[in-house]
Design a protein around this ligand. Sequence first.
Ligand SMILES: *Cc1c(COP(=O)(O)O)cnc(C)c1O
Length: 362
Amino acid sequence: MTTAYVDLQALRRNYQRLQDRTYDRCKLMAVVKADGYGHGMLAVAGALQDVGADWFGVGTVAEGRRLRLHGITGRIVVLLAGCNAEVSELALYKLEPVVSDGVQLAYLLSQVPEELAIHLKVDCGMGRLGFDPQEVVGVCRKLASFPLVLASLMAHFPVADTDIALSLEQEGVFRQVIKDVRGLGLTPMVHMANSAAFLSGIAFLDMVRLGLALYGYAPGEQVAGAEKVVLEPVMRVTSRVLQVKAVPAGTGISYGLSQKTERDSILAVIDIGYADGFPRALSGCGKVIVGGEFAKVIGRVCMNMTVVDVTDIDLVKCGDEVVVLGRQGEKQISATDIATWAGTINYEILCTLGNLNPREYV
Ligand SMILES: *Cc1c(COP(=O)(O)O)cnc(C)c1O
């Protein structure tokens, strides 16, 4: 059966190495949304809490509640609180919503007042969630008469992996907002960096919000300082050989018979498909490792199986382990490799492989 193995020691080592790269008073928020990028949010948060993590970023209120009930005691920031979050529930579980526009703020203020820490998000050129920079001072003034506590001001980078010059300009926009808010006598924490910015060494401010790097990856090949931190991939995914068969040259393979064998071949049918997070875009081009060697996908990836060419590999048999992500012997496949073959990003590969398969912790 296909299984995602999650190495919590590797995760902790990544956390500590990343923490070592921050300034003394710079906090590290462990971003664990999307069930810990496929690694299992509860296990990830628990493992990181053991090594001192005290800020966590989740997507939803439901995720925040699960973390609290699981014994996470640190600050929990709900990145996508939206207009459904009940103040009473946020207060009960001590969850801190990110507030990103006037409609959401009015919604929170319309409920039974409770002391609540909130985080104001500013859109400094991301083109997604957040107040316009020029609105922020007015919003902060308004907050003064309500029991909401402005815990932090935050912004987000759209291109920290590809365009440092533009990212620095956007950081400049954020710094001006910070200055204006401090002019009101307020001193919220301020934070902007994600993994790409952090690895590039920009915008550390009071906190960095790291997801991908914790799980052992850099967001893009071209992230400037990525090679300066040793990051270990945390997830390994294995599958099994279901059947091995010899076929003559010219045999059409899998749905659509989109590819034919070019020579007399030995093929292995393996127990993973697009419903298990092995992208259909790997049809005819992806690779796995079996018998310590790379085996190429031939024909279309199916819902729960895929055919690979093992003609050049010794003695592959039914039941053999197939490594989809990770190392076997000398060979290795990273989430970035798979993403490149499939035309997507390593984030998506981790989320889908991790969240669509049973996980085991090692
Ligand atoms: C997901 C997320 C992050 C983490 O991004 P990485 O690129 O995985 O480090 C940081 N901040 C916000 C607001 C996010 O939604």
